[in-house]
Ligand binder design. Structure first.
Ligand code: URP
Ligand code: ZN
Ligand code: ZN
Length: 466
């Protein structure tokens, strides 16, 4: 088995920052030691990587992606191949994507369809959550089978009536099942029934521009649904993970629940931290590039999100990567904002945006790793195989140059989408060399890994439950 020695870096995990060398043996980390101790490993190393002046960090874990997701009359533009390669370029070495149950279909069929899309195509390792779109008795029964297969989290939607929406009764039943089998319910918390009324009224009044998407999907309706989801989980006795939190009022609901000691967890995404309704209101149809749900909020909400991230009322930053090209996909809603496919690209940018947040003083360096690597791995049953650097962990690691300057652009990114939500933004920091299970997959700005290197990761249940 090939042995790789990474020398001279600052090893940063959620717990520690230590000058140390890392020995990789095959697919795993064999040892981490002070440079003078690691000197002895040099003669046996097949490959030596110099990390002087760099950080050595765990590969990112992005717990919320939608590769090739059919949505809004089209399909998300990144395949598992292009999306996971872009993830690798950005220093993310694990994604958890969402398999979808079709209405009238089984969980088995939905999961098999996603396995077929991903198998043999991924550049980095991957796992699945399951979206419950039709919660009947059969689906409830199948939840147990999926948990046994390592699909241990189930997303439900209080939004999108007639598409992915579940009513409160169905949600409660799924949460009751999760309370029995240890699964983690995930919630898209927006009151979709009320939002649909506001959409209808806006369109009837001739208000069709992208910015209206943000106006009808009100913060209060995110907060109301968050509150309701929390109460349903309490009644069911299940934990709850609220995805893509964007409103300050929703963070307040999470804070209140966590102050009660409930197993309620929150996720936010870079777009809510770095973008705002000002982007949705860009001239012409440009705002369509920023249409996602929950929507971007006025910039004032960002302070509450950063506070939530520092205090752990928000515990994870994932991307909700769901790219649609501006030309040919976002244009489906040129005359009607409600037809713009919802979603933003970002899987390649998350680690760097959060590193910029470290430089800007929002979070500490270790919190960066905790939010982007360790906590998502623990939340979704992958720790310590993923999310940290420790003997026995998978050798998913990044030699990260904290001083590298970059300007984000669609012209240079690797995601299969014709625009960047962060076009022109200057960031400091960049993944220089990326290893996935001991194999160098990105170095010198090139993807050098074998095709289809990534494997499916069956997951344990959430590792945070009290
Ligand atoms: O706008 C979004 N978030 N698109 C992806 C689907 C979802 O709700 O996560
Ligand atoms: Zn969602
Ligand atoms: Zn999503």
């Amino acid at each position: 088995m090939a042995r790789t020695l990474i020398r001279g870096g600052l090893v940063v995990t959620a717990a520690d920052e230590i000058p140390a060398d890392v020995l990789v043996d095959g697919e795993r980390i064999a040892a981490i030691a002070a440079p003078e101790v690691a000197e002895a490993w040099l003669p046996d190393a097949d490959l030596v990587l110099d990390a002087t002046g760099r950080y050595v960090i765990p590969g990112g874990v992005d717990a919320h992606t939608h590769m090739e997701m059919p949505f809004g009359g089209t399909v998300a533009s990144d395949t598992f191949e292009t999306g996971t390669r872009a993830a690798a370029f950005g220093g993310t070495t694990t994604i958890i994507d969402f398999a979808i149950q079709q209405v009238g279909g089984s969980l088995r069929a939905g999961l098999d369809a996603w396995h077929a899309k991903a198998a043999g195509n991924c550049a980095v390792d991957y796992a699945f959550h399951m979206i419950l779109a039709d919660i009947d008795a059969a689906a409830l029964k199948e939840m147990n089978l999926l948990v046994a297969e390592g699909v241990t989290s189930f997303k439900m939607f209080m939004a999108y009536p007639g598409v992915l929406y579940s009513d409160d009764g169905r949600i409660l039943r799924a949460m009751q099942r999760a309370a029995e089998n240890g699964a983690l319910p995930m919630m898209h918390a927006e009151n979709g029934i009320a939002i649909d009324v506001l959409i209808e009224q806006a369109l009837a009044a001739g208000r069709t521009a992208p910015r209206v998407h943000g106006e009808v999907r009100k913060a209060l309706l995110e907060a109301e649904a968050t509150h309701r989801a929390i109460q349903l989980a309490r009644v069911a006795g299940s934990p709850l993970y609220v995805v893509h939190v964007s409103a300050a009022e929703a963070v307040a609901e999470l804070t209140a629940a966590r102050d009660l000691g409930l197993n309620v967890f929150g996720e936010t995404c870079p777009q809510y931290l770095f973008l705002s309704t000002d982007d949705l209101a860009r001239p012409g149809f440009e705002g369509a590039k920023f249409v996602c749900s929950t929507p971007l909020r006025p910039a004032e909400h960002q302070a509450a999100l950063w506070r939530g991230l520092r205090g752990d009322d928000l515990s994870v930053v994932s991307t909700d990567h769901c790219p649609f090209c501006f030309a040919g996909q976002k244009d489906l809603g040129r005359d009607d904002f409600s037809r713009i496919p919802n979603g933003l690209p970002g899987v390649e940018n998350r680690m760097d945006l959060l590193h910029q947040a470290v430089l800007d003083g929002h979070i500490s360096r270790r919190r960066w790793i905790e939010l982007a690597c360790a906590t998502p791995a623990r939340m979704f049953g992958l720790y310590p195989r993923k999310g940290t650097l420790a003997p026995g962990s998978d050798a998913d690691l990044v030699i990260y140059d904290p001083a590298a300057e970059q300007t984000v652009s669609a012209a240079t990114h690797h995601m299969n989408v014709d625009y960047s939500a962060y076009e022109g933004r200057k960031l400091t920091g960049r993944a220089e060399t990326v290893l996935s299970r001991g194999t160098v997959v990105v170095t010198g700005g090139r993807y050098v890994g074998p095709a289809g290197h990534g494997t499916f990761l069956p997951r344990a249940t959430c590792q945070y439950l009290t």
